[in-house]
Design a protein around this ligand. Structure first.
Ligand SMILES: O=P(O)(O)OC[C@H]1O[C@H](OP(=O)(O)OP(=O)(O)O)[C@H](O)[C@@H]1O
Ligand SMILES: Nc1ncnc2[nH]cnc12
Length: 174
């Protein structure tokens, strides 16, 4: 029986020298891999009281939507700047490689709603920190943050120390 981590392909020096890229496409292209990944995330939220799953473009969509669907929750997309058609709020953040800006619709989360954030991977934690800022600005409460993979060497969790965080696979390095 293969474990979830057996489905992850690791590519050295992509997209830049020194980065080991943890590829989710190799999880997705195998039905068992996809099921294992989504089931691992579902197990993290099974006992939880929450209203909404929030996931960032684009890999956060891949895992966030099936979790929301299977758990009968709604899904709110956080998108890269300029993609959402209605009124938005935005946050800038730094990535392991480069900077970016993300947005959420102003009416996507109502004050007091309990939010689970789902993404494929935490590296520096910059993306998640920016998502938390957006959710809280709208009055939402982040009750859990779930990842398929965590690059523990980049210490992203230190940015999230006030939150409940769970990762299916933890890589000790970068
Ligand atoms: O913890 P961080 O250092 O913020 O990095 C993690 C984020 O980086 C990747 O997304 P990316 O912005 O590359 O976009 P993509 O999903 O569209 O590939 C990944 O899917 C996470 O969202
Ligand atoms: N090392 C990495 N592998 C895959 N996705 C990433 N996003 C940021 N860092 C990454």
């Amino acid at each position: 029986m293969k474990k979830l981590e057996d489905y992850v392909r690791s590519i050295p020096d992509f997209p830049e020298p020194g980065i080991i890229f943890r590829d989710v496409t190799s999880i997705l292209q195998d039905a068992d891999g996809l099921q294992l990944a989504v089931d691992s995330l579902r197990a993290m939220v099974k006992e939880l009281d929450y209203d909404v799953v929030v996931g960032p473009e684009s890999r956060g969509f891949i895992f966030g939507v099936p979790v929301a669907y299977a758990e009968h929750k709604s899904f709110v997309p956080v998108r890269k700047k300029g993609k959402l058609p209605c009124e938005t709020i935005s946050a800038e953040y730094e990535l392991e490689y480069g900077t970016a800006e993300i947005e959420i619709h102003k009416d996507a989360i109502r004050p007091g709603q309990k939010v689970v954030i789902v993404d494929d991977l935490i590296a520096t934690g910059g993306t998640t920190e920016a998502i938390i800022k957006l959710v809280e600005e709208l009055g939402g409460q982040v009750v859990k943050i779930c990842f398929v993979m965590e690059l523990a060497g980049l210490k992203g969790r230190e940015k999230l120390k006030d939150y409940a965080v769970d990762s299916a696979i933890v890589y000790e390095g970068k």
